[in-house]
Design a protein. Sequence first.
Length: 219
Amino acid sequence: MGIRLVLAVIAVALVGGAATARADNPVLNGDVGIGDAFTITLNDAAGNKVTHLDAGTYTLNLRDHSAFHNFHFSGPGVDVLTSVDGIEDKTFTVTLTDGTYFFNCDPHSSQMKGSFTVGTVTTPPPPTPTPAATKLAASITGSKATLKPLAGLSAGRAVITVRDASSSDGFRLSGPGLSKATGAKFRGTVKWTVTLKAGRYSFGSARSSKLRKTFTVSG
C-alpha cells in the first residue's frame, strides 16, 4: 500500500509540474475559418498579430472553426496541424528557434497563409513603393512644338505622349542619357517611357536646333 501511495504522489507531481511548465510558457493563439470565412490569424496572448518572436518554448492554441479549413503550423523543428474535415481545438507545446515559421490552411494555401520570424532572423522591411511615373504631353504642328508641364520636374521615370501632326518635321527630346525623336515623315501619336536625370534638356524640332527650347530637371 505504501509503494502505491508513493507512486501516486509522484504521478500527481509530474502531471502538475508539466501543467505548470505549460502555463508558464508564452501563449500563441491561432484561429482559422471563423464562420467558415477564408481567414487565418496567429496572435499573442494580448491579441497582437505575431510578426517576430524571441526563441523559446511556447504554448500554441489552435482553434479550427470550420469543417473545410485547417490550421497548419510549421518551421524549424515544428510541424503541427488540425484536421481539414473537423472542427476542433488543439494545444501544442512548441520550441521555436532562429528562423522563419509559416502557418496556412492546406486546402487554400495560396490565399490563407502567414509567416513570422524568430530570434536573430528579422522580418525584412516592406519594399519601397516605386514612385508613379510623371506624365508629360508633347506635340508638334508644323515647326511649333510644346511639352507640358515643365514646372517642377524632378529626376525619375516619365511617360511622354507625343502627338506629331507635322508632315515635314518631327518632335525631338534630348538631355542627359536621352535622345529620342519622331521621324519627319511620321504623323500620329506615340508614347515614350523614359528616365529623366538631373540636368538640362531640349525639345522641339527634330530638323532645326534653332527651333528648340530648354528646360531643367532637378535631382
